[in-house]
Design a protein around this ligand. Structure first.
Ligand code: CTP
Length: 247
């Protein structure tokens, strides 16, 4: 992966993401494919001291990025603000807002074989950012929000991405039906769905249990740590890519 890019492009070479044999030699890059992963929440500013965000920790996206690298693939991680260390050997682009994530993804997705959208992108952002801190006045305060761009939903038609497209669906009800609707609406090859209303999985947890929703079938993976699950997901996604190339 080349190192030209926007000013905040930061190639990282510092962190072992937790695999015991962490002195691994990444497999020859020629064996690997190029993967873009989005991760974390976005942060939508209201005024100089406040922002809107969500409960995403970024763990799923970061462990997935590390797992792709561990399996010999090249990864660009585009992430909103998190407390996590960046996995070793990942090309890392930090962003804050949904608009910044949209711009970075639009710039790089054309070079990728696989794109995995694990970020919890804000669906709405303040219509205007107040230049000064908003002072208390009445008993209520109304914020005017506008829709953000759907980054995953832009991948096919707007960005012209032809590789393997994987989305996530964090749902609190009708898990499979909602995930399948997103699969079709956003032209994905796979949607990884998890029920965030279940305690102990999903947002901010170290574990997850997911459904793999493909156009022609659904598979259920058992509860696992996000590290174990990431390796299974990498296998599933790379197998899907191979199938698409062969067909
Ligand atoms: N996504 C995105 N850009 C957005 C919103 C979502 O790229 N502005 C991606 C997420 O990264 C995820 C998928 O779309 O891979 C589904 O996100 P989710 O928030 O569950 O779906 P929405 O389309 O926002 O639908 P809703 O919030 O109504 O369930």
């Amino acid at each position: 992966m080349h190192s030209q890019g926007p000013p905040r492009f930061i190639p990282r070479r510092a962190f072992c993401w937790g695999i015991p044999a962490c002195h691994f030699q990444p497999a020859a890059q020629t064996r690997g494919v190029k993967v873009l992963v989005t991760a974390g929440p976005t942060r939508e500013p209201i005024d100089p001291v406040r922002f809107l965000t969500n409960r995403s920790s970024g763990k799923m996206g970061y462990t997935l990025a590390g797992a792709f690298v561990h399996e010999g693939h090249s990864v660009m991680l585009v992430s909103g603000p998190t407390d996590l260390d960046v996995p070793e050997n990942v090309d890392y682009i930090p962003v804050e807002t949904a608009a910044e994530m949209h711009d970075v993804v639009s710039r790089y997705i054309g070079k990728m074989d696989i794109a995995v959208f694990a970020a919890a992108v804000a669906d709405y952002t303040p219509a205007t950012i107040e230049p000064q801190k908003i002072k208390k006045s009445g008993d209520t305060l109304t914020l005017h929000l506008v829709r953000t761009a759907d980054i995953l939903g832009s991948a096919r038609e707007k960005f012209g991405f032809t590789g393997t497209l994987v989305g996530f669906a964090a749902e609190t009800e009708n898990l499979e039906a909602n995930a399948r609707e997103k699969l079709v609406r956003k032209h994905c090859d796979l949607v990884i769905a998890n029920d965030v209303s279940q305690p102990g999985i999903g947002f901010d947890s170290d574990h997850n249990q997911v459904l793999l929703v493909y156009p022609d079938r659904t598979e259920s993976l058992p509860l696992a740590s996000k590290h174990e699950l990431s390796l299974q997901l990498v296998d599933a996604i790379v197998a899907l890519k191979k199938l698409m190339v062969e067909s």
